[in-house]
Design a protein around this ligand. Sequence first.
Ligand SMILES: *Cc1c(COP(=O)(O)O)cnc(C)c1O
Length: 368
Amino acid sequence: MKIPFLDLKLQYEDIKDEIDQAIAGVINKSAFIGGEYVKKFEENFAKFIGTSHCVSCANGTDALIIALKALGIGRGDEVIIPAISFIATSEAVTAAGAKVVYVDVDEKHNLIDPDKIEDKITQKTKAIIPVHIYGRPADMDRILKIASKHNLKIIEDAAQSHGARYKGRMIGTMGHAACFSFYPGKNLGAYGDGGAIVTLDDALARTMKMYANHGRITKYDHEFEGINSRLDGLQAAVLSVKLKHLNDWNKNRNRIAHDYIAKLETIKGIDTPEKDDNTISVFHLFVIRTDGRDKLSEHLKSKEISTGVHYPIALPFLKAYQYLGHSESDFPIAAKNQNRVLSLPIFPEMTDDQLSYVVRQIQEFKSK
Ligand SMILES: *Cc1c(COP(=O)(O)O)cnc(C)c1O
């Protein structure tokens, strides 16, 4: 049985009429840049998150850069991020002109370890970017407490966690700002690039909106230099359609993940994520940990099951960050997990048969 890692074609077929109509609408109105579709999506997404402002932009990486810039973070400042994330989290800090400072992660979920944050805080620290990686919320109560004690800003990297909840609170409502990506493969994905920042802060929203749009509000009144980072009308229209289905899709992902956990947790040598307790994960990825990860992924590949590794090299150990001079002993958990994590196929349309097949192949491999 061929099992893809995710199936965007299948998702499109389910909502084809709505999508085609939305795209035709944008073209008919030539609402390519700015305009009603972008405005409407910003309203829809702010409402979905339960926040007051959504500033759309070109992608999730820009979202992080815009938030950092608008919060006045730049040269001479330090920003704390987890040792495991997609490089965008780290790149954004550097792009804003600040220095990236890594904190090790927890073993089970690769989330920033709150116990290790305060050791890294200096006079220069201005912000923490917790990443709700794989769709699971970081331990926000503890992170917020540390931030308020040291007067730091919190920017949530919510690029993998649209719709996740922490103790009843929506991801994206707890930090000063939260950044989303609408890359096609994300839980809410466009048909191209897209991103957004949400915030409850009126003044910050205004600055971010201006920064993303050449430092202006109306046509030629540039108050400062910004950048050009826009969500286009076609993507906004697609996203508004898909947003209506996001809760259902997330519920499916969560159910599939818990099914995986129930079936995999009894297999010796396979470490699964925890079941949800006071959080609701939206399982952007379903990540197990196992020794001999590469052999397992090869076995699954031979059975036509696609898997991924998120991420094979933790941020401090990437060539791009060699200049910081870190060694594996600085981040022992990240160093261990990078060799053990394996992302199994998960997507809202995944069937019970597909899941059982994946589980069976893992079982077979581990019993050899
Ligand atoms: C995808 C992602 C980003 C960047 O989003 P783009 O839209 O690809 O620029 C940032 N952070 C994390 C954790 C991501 O997964």
